[in-house]
Design a protein around this ligand. Structure first.
Ligand code: FAD
Length: 561
């Protein structure tokens, strides 16, 4: 075991392992410490186009072909069939009401589908985290990272010249000195405890409890609702969200049929139920009984591990970085799985910190204080923004029309970011604000949206009048219009949104392009791969500018409908 290194990373989720690997590739001496062992269960499985764009950029910049291949379902399946994943074509929402089956009212149903990709081959995936995180650890070790699992770090000191960690492994004491410390311990809260960093949770709005597991034998919603009009993709090959009075449920199907599912329950929602978290099985059963269509979907399902309960999933700290340390986003803050922001935000931080180390002065070998300060400011603003978008969505759950409108704020923001990033020629996009932070048009919309929603719901779940709801939807549509390149917030769509390249072409001016320019750029915008695999071997500094890279042949299709 080394007694010193340049960078110590605490926590070997995908974020810690990938950052450790990238730092090793750019020449740092890195030790990765993990209190558990791999493979291990982890929650947080549904990736998004922005997450995959980060993965692709990391893959291209640092010559990591696995990152590139894991960024599209077809490439993943072709190259890593043994790393389990699920096809995710988009975001599916249904609104359920207590003791009533989901009402199939054709196009008037309380159903919203937003496609995230035009076909299976380049679509996003749900990550079976046990497999994915294990893969990233193995790849980090292969690139020279010293990995220490079962590490129990009992003490940490951070000073002006670095960090000193004291701990034990298999009963043997160790001491490790590092010039810089990365906390990638997620909700484990390693540095929060060691540095006694106060909680900043009071500045956030979202609160939810969680009851969850992995299941076998969950039925497809498409089988339960056979008459439902066809959507832009098969409803179940998506992040499926069931909105209920007490909060919402996620249901993520992996390609092998295993489904990750959990109910997020607001404090009021949980209090209104008869069961409490003390008996997670009873709570689970009560929710299935209360919502008959969800109950039918899970009637023959068996949990693959005990159903678990967490009373509060949100956390937030008052610091995210200091002179010789930085936290990955999940160590600093977590809001809610609604809109699947976690993986994308974590990968963006991998990019940002890797670039910060690349920019370190040669003799100093640690990121400059100014960059670290910017990193901290960015995480703080982004955690606030995620919270505002999600808190607004929880308010909006009072009525499906409000929810569908609020969701457009998220989708307009991320689809604009995705297109802008696909068109951008370099990695500087990693520094851009997440979820509209810093965007002169969208930046302030989530805060105002939350205020408007609260005025309608009175924070008591009131649904307002149809006029108020129409007005809110109109306000959202107008607010996102200057960034709406995806044909969103259009009542004619009846809540079914495909990936719409015609809307993109028509919206060329919103991206600062002519019609011809955007047509020329369509392969990049469609997510066509910009780099042939043979170029992976090149050191990052020799990568050609993106515009001159060649398209890859199309990926094979997945076996799913
Ligand atoms: C209910 C729920 C659902 C979610 N769903 C989604 C989703 O669908 N999509 C999405 O994008 N995000 C989702 N997220 C967020 C997602 O889980 C996180 O963004 C992601 O797990 C962050 O990964 P990470 O590598 O930073 O941390 P983690 O995955 O939390 O890994 C932290 C690692 O650090 C280790 N560790 C902890 N403490 C110590 C210590 N003291 N010493 C050494 N090691 C330590 C742990 O054992 C673990 O291996 C969800 C989160 C929750 C709670």
């Amino acid at each position: 075991m080394k007694e010193s290194c340049e960078v110590a990373v605490v926590g070997s989720g995908f974020a810690g392992s990938l950052l450790a690997r990238v730092l090793a590739i750019i020449g740092y001496d890195v030790v990765l410490l993990e209190r558990g062992t791999h493979p291990r269960f982890a929650i947080g499985e549904s990736s998004t186009p922005l997450a995959n764009l980060s993965l692709e950029r990391i893959g291209l910049r640092y010559g990591l072909s696995d990152c590139y291949d894991l960024a599209a379902h077809g490439r993943w399946l072709a190259r890593y069939p043994n790393i389990r994943r699920g096809l995710k074509r988009g975001f599916t929402y249904y609104r359920h009401h207590p003791h009533q089956p989901f009402a199939d009212e054709g196009l008037a149903s309380e159903r919203l589908l937003v496609a995230a990709s035009p076909n299976d081959a380049i679509s996003d995936s749900h990550w079976l985290r046990a497999d994915v995180d294990h893969h990233f650890v193995r790849e980090a070790i292969a690139k020279g990272v010293e990995y220490r699992d079962r590490a129990n770090i009992t003490d940490a000191d951070i000073g002006a010249d670095g960090a000193r960690l004291i701990g034990t492994r298999d009963g043997t004491a160790f001491e490790l000195r590092a010039n810089f410390l990365i906390d990638a311990s997620g909700p484990g809260g390693f540095l929060a405890r060691q540095l006694a960093i106060p909680s900043g949770l009071e500045r956030t709005h979202t609160r939810a409890a969680l009851v969850y597991s992995h299941f076998d034998g969950v039925r497809l919603m498409m089988d339960l609702l056979p008459e439902m009009p066809e959507g832009p993709y098969p409803d179940d090959w998506a992040a499926v969200h069931h909105l209920i009075d007490e909060g919402w449920m996620y249901s993520l199907r992996f390609d092998d049929g295993v489904t990750s599912a959990g109910f997020l329950l607001t404090p009021q929602g949980l209090a209104a139920l008869q069961s409490s978290g003390a008996d997670p099985n009873a709570l689970w059963r009560e929710l299935l009984d209360r919502y008959p269509t969800i109950g039918r979907a899970f009637s023959a399902a068996t949990p693959l591990m005990p159903i678990e309960f967490r009373p509060l999933i949100q956390h937030r700290l008052t610091r995210a970085a200091g002179e010789r340390w930085a936290m990955m986003p999940h160590a600093y803050a977590f809001v809610d799985p609604l809109f699947s922001t976690g993986i994308a935000w974590g990968l963006r931080a991998v990019e940002r910190l890797a670039l910060a180390f690349e920019a370190a002065a040669p003799g100093r070998r640690v990121p400059g204080a100014d960059i670290i300060a910017r990193y901290e400011t960015a995480l703080s603003a982004e955690a606030d923004q995620i919270d505002l978008v999600v808190a607004g969505a929880y308010e909006a759950m009072a009525h499906f029309d409000l929810f569908a409108a609020q969701a457009m704020l998220y989708f307009a923001t991320v689809s604009f970011a995705e297109a802008s990033q696909r068109l951008a020629p370099d990695d500087s996009v990693a520094g851009k604000g997440f979820l509209g932070v810093g965007d002169s048009v969208l930046g302030g919309v989530p805060r105002e949206s939350l205020a408007r929603l609260r005025a309608i719901t009175r924070s008591r779940g009131e649904i307002g009048s149809s006029e108020q709801r129409r007005e809110f939807a109109g306000w959202i549509a107008a607010s996102v219009a200057p960034r709406n390149i995806a044909g969103l917030a259009d009542p004619k769509r009846r809540n079914l949104y495909p990936v719409d390249f015609d809307a993109l072409i028509e919206g060329h001016a919103l991206l600062g392009m002519t019609r011809d320019q955007i047509i020329y750029a369509l392969p990049a915008l469609r997510g066509m791969s910009p780099l042939p695999p043979s170029l992976y071997a090149l050191p990052a500094s020799h990568l050609p500018p993106r515009a001159s890279r060649l398209p890859l042949p199309a990926s094979p299709r997945s076996p799913h409908p």
